[in-house]
Structure formats: structure tokens, C-alpha cells
Design a protein around this ligand. Structure first.
Ligand SMILES: NC(=O)C1=CN([C@@H]2O[C@H](COP(=O)(O)OP(=O)(O)OC[C@H]3O[C@@H](n4cnc5c(N)ncnc54)[C@H](OP(=O)(O)O)[C@@H]3O)[C@@H](O)[C@H]2O)C=CC1
Ligand SMILES: O=C(O)[C@@H]1CCC=N1
Length: 270
């Protein structure tokens, strides 16, 4: 079985480990590194997975998944570079960081796959986009697709689109959570108890998501079907349009894309 080491078991690293276990992968095939001993001990106990140091991870794993924040990448690459044995596949989940950075800093010829996942990986519903670096073979992409396919959907895209993908599906769940939060607040304003408002809105979100995915409908048609002539929905839509919510979302996603580009540029000289 392929052995996988996750370097940095924070939110996304833990989501991956948990998702892979839920998908049936053996704990013996998984390992992780983590900075704080207390968190490492908690994770090792919770998932029955071994906590290792970076050198142990590089020696024992076939696939090394980097899930530290982009701001923490430089010291980790310094630690990895002299120790990475040939033939290991490096998978980066770091927003903004190009495969070229890893290729430049790790031993010549290292195969690197850049992935932009998202946190619904925790419940087996991730959206991951993958792109191979210049030494990644089709078999490397196949392997990463198989791994991430067990915790959600996977698409292969050119690396030039990864900053946009980061803004759309990487950050996307946060924007849905933000909308849900705002709608629950509206329920509070209208006098509905918080727990009831949350139940109404969360189930509406789940139902809408199921219609989008399983009903095969176009979002415009689905929205039109809710919007009755002289009804309630159009009264609300008019307010959304007045407040520029559509433009705000487009601007938000463009800003997130720009920030991803900027994160990559910060490491250009590295
Ligand atoms: N959160 C998300 O929704 C998504 C995140 N990503 C990407 O995933 C990566 C991780 O993000 P996220 O999980 O949110 O961040 P977190 O801060 O939650 O996780 C990163 C973890 O790595 C640890 N760490 C840092 N350096 C090292 C090191 N040298 N060795 C071992 N562990 C280390 C951190 O420890 P410490 O607590 O001490 O900093 C932290 O626990 C980022 O690059 C991000 O861009 C991609 C898609 C979605
Ligand atoms: O906010 C971030 O930078 C990370 C990358 C995509 C989602 N979260």
C-alpha cells in the first residue's frame, strides 16, 4: 500500500488524514509531522496514526504531502532538501506556491504535484484541483487523483489556473459559511430562535446544494423556480441587487485570486 506522510497536520492536514481513514485507508499507511507536541499527541491518539519527524516522514513515506501555511514553507524546505530520498512524490497543498518553488529547492528531478483542496474533505466532499510540475508523470497524477478521489471530487487543471481555483473552491466554503451565518442573523432579527434559524438555513443550503448537483439544473433556472411573480423572493432579490451582492462576490473572489498570486511571488527569490 502507498504510505502517505502529511507534513503539518493543521486544519487541512487533519482533514486529509481523517478523510483517508474514513475512506478505508489503514492507519499504518499514514503518518504526520506537527510542531507542537501536545497537538501531535492528541492527533496520534484520536486517529491511531504515528507522529514522526520530518526525516522519518521523508524516509518512510512514498508520498509526502505538504500542508503547512505558505508563510512556513521556507524552513520546511530547508529541512527537507538535504534529506529527501529519490523517487518520493511531493504533493503541495499550499495556496499560491508554484511547483517551480519546490523543484528549485528540492533535489533535482523531484516530482511535485500542486493541489488545491478544501475543508469539506473532512466529510468526504472535497473539491480538489491538481496540476503536475515539470517532473511529475501521468502515473503521479493518477496516484494523487486516486488518493484525493477517496475524499471528494478531483479535477486536473493547468497550473496557470491554480490561483483562480484557490479563490473559487479553496476559499469557496468560507463564502458559503459566511452567507449561512448572515442568513441565520436575519432569522434572529425576525424573531426566530438561533437554533431554529440555523436548522432552517442549514437544511435549505443542503437542499439547494443537492438540487445543484443531483438535479442537474442551472442555478439561474433553479432560482427562477423559487421567484414567484409579485412574490416574496423577488422582493429580497431586489435588495441583493441594490446592495451589489453579485459584484461584491465577484470582487471577493478576484481579491482572493490576487492574494494567491501574491503568496507565490513572496517566495520567488527563495
Ligand atoms: N484551510 C483551508 O481551507 C485550506 C488550506 N489550504 C492550504 O493548506 C495549508 C495548511 O492550511 P491550514 O491547514 O489551514 O493551516 P494550519 O495552520 O491549520 O495548519 C498548518 C499546520 O502545520 C504546522 N506546521 C508549520 N510548520 C511546520 C513544520 N515545519 N513541521 C510540522 N508542522 C508544521 C502548523 O503548526 P503551528 O500551529 O505551530 O503553526 C499547523 O499545525 C496552507 O498552505 C493553506 O494554504 C488549502 C486549501 C484549503
Ligand atoms: O485562506 C487561505 O489562504 C486558504 C487557502 C484556500 C483556503 N484557505
Amino acid at each position: 500500500m502507498t504510505r502517505i506522510a502529511v507534513l503539518g497536520a493543521g486544519k487541512i492536514g487533519e482533514s486529509l488524514l481523517s478523510g483517508l481513514l474514513d475512506a478505508g485507508r489503514s492507519p499504518q499507511d499514514l503518518m504526520f509531522t506537527e510542531r507542537y507536541p501536545q497537538r501531535a499527541a492528541e492527533l496520534a491518539k484520536k486517529y491511531d496514526i504515528e507522529h514522526v519527524d520530518v526525516i522519518g516522514a521523508l524516509q518512510r513515506a512514498d508520498v509526502v504531502v505538504i500542508a503547512v501555511k505558505p508563510q512556513d514553507i521556507e524552513p520546511l524546505l530547508d529541512e527537507m532538501a538535504p534529506e529527501l530520498p529519490p523517487g518520493k512524490l511531493v504533493v503541495s497543498m499550499c495556496a499560491g506556491l508554484p511547483t517551480a518553488l519546490f523543484e528549485r529547492r528540492l533535489p533535482a528531478g523531484t516530482a511535485v504535484v500542486r493541489v488545491m483542496p478544501n475543508t469539506p474533505m473532512l466529510v468526504g466532499e472535497a473539491m480538489s484541483a491538481i496540476s503536475g510540475g515539470s517532473h511529475a508523470q501521468d502515473s503521479d497524477l493518477d496516484l494523487v487523483e486516486e488518493l484525493l478521489g477517496s475524499v471528494g471530487k478531483v479535477v486536473r487543471l493547468p497550473e496557470s489556473q491554480q490561483d483562480a481555483v484557490t479563490a473559487l473552491s479553496g476559499s469557496g466554503p468560507a463564502y458559503f459559511f459566511y452567507l449561512v451565518e448572515a442568513m441565520i442573523d436575519a432569522g434572529i432579527l425576525l424573531g426566530i430562535p438561533r437554533a431554529t434559524a440555523a436548522e432552517l438555513i442549514v437544511q435549505s443550503a443542503v437542499g439547494a446544494a443537492a438540487m445543484l448537483r443531483e438535479g442537474g439544473g442551472h442555478p439561474v433556472m433553479l432560482r427562477e423556480a423559487v421567484t414567484s411573480p409579485a412574490g416574496t423572493t423577488i422582493a429580497g432579490i431586489r435588495e441583493l441587487e441594490k446592495h451589489g451582492v453579485r459584484a461584491a462576490l465577484i470582487d471577493a473572489i478576484e481579491a482572493a485570486r490576487d492574494r494567491s498570486v501574491e503568496l507565490g511571488r513572496q517566495h520567488e527569490a527563495g
